[in-house]
Write a protein that binds this ligand. Structure first.
Ligand code: ADP
Ligand code: MG
Ligand code: MG
Length: 207
């Protein structure tokens, strides 16, 4: 992973979020307040704009700037959660190029940030249910000697499986938890955007 790839990843997330905005909002209207699409679009278009004016000299600078921008532009729960995650991912990546192993460790820091801030666990029907299996798949590939593209493809597939697995769960964190058992039967919006983020990474790394 290098600076250009990190920037292209954030741009690819912004494009995916634009494309899937209505779907994210539709999912959030079933079990939340119908703003996840607009929250994600606002945050990632602001991040893309912020990066256009930045001359980063490390991978981390790109991702920390992305996180800071998400925190300052997104009002919903997802803003601080994703913002904190991107800041945590960027923080250790203090070089113009980083290895897949270093990136895996940084992704683990990102998940730890989400878990610390949101106090949710796997199975609570949140973005963690896509992020945790994605990270595990990424790490497993890296441990087996895979390159970034192969690891990211496995992570994207695992994130999408995790996203689908949120449908039968009852939400225990976030707005959806207010619905209790009525949250069952709906796919989690944040797990869905997390799957978009990992798919964007895979598409960027493969290209
Ligand atoms: P809000 O719920 O404030 O309107 P969004 O709609 O942008 O924010 O994001 C909702 C998503 O945030 C949920 O679908 C869920 O995946 C995620 N989320 C909410 N609370 C938490 C939490 N405590 N920990 C992890 N993820 C959470
Ligand atoms: Mg919402
Ligand atoms: Mg909201």
């Amino acid at each position: 992973m290098d600076i250009d790839l990190a920037r292209t990843w954030v741009q690819a997330i912004a494009a995916a979020v634009d494309q899937h905005k209505d779907h994210l909002t539709q999912l959030d209207s079933a079990i939340g307040d119908a703003d996840h699409g607009i929250n994600m679009q606002r945050g990632f278009s602001a991040a893309t704009a912020a990066l256009a004016g930045l001359e980063p000299d490390t991978v981390g600078a790109v991702l920390v700037k992305t996180g800071t921008t998400l925190i300052s532009t997104v009002g919903g729960a997802s803003g601080p959660l994703y913002g904190g995650a991107f800041r945590a991912i960027g923080k250790p990546l203090d070089a113009p190029t980083v290895t897949p192993g270093q990136f895996a460790a940084a992704l683990a820091d990102g998940l730890a940030s989400v878990r610390k801030l949101g106090a949710a666990a796997p199975g609570d029907k949140t973005m963690i249910d896509a992020y945790a299996p994605a990270l595990a798949a990424f790490q497993q590939q890296v441990d087996a000697g895979a390159d970034l593209a192969a690891a990211a493809l496995a992570a994207a597939d695992a994130a999408e499986n995790g996203m689908r697995a949120t449908t039968p769960m009852q939400a225990r964190k976030g707005r959806a938890s207010y619905l209790g058992a009525r949250s069952i039967g709906h796919q989690d919006p944040g797990a869905t955007s997390t799957a978009l983020i990992f798919r964007a990474l895979a598409e960027t790394a493969v290209a």
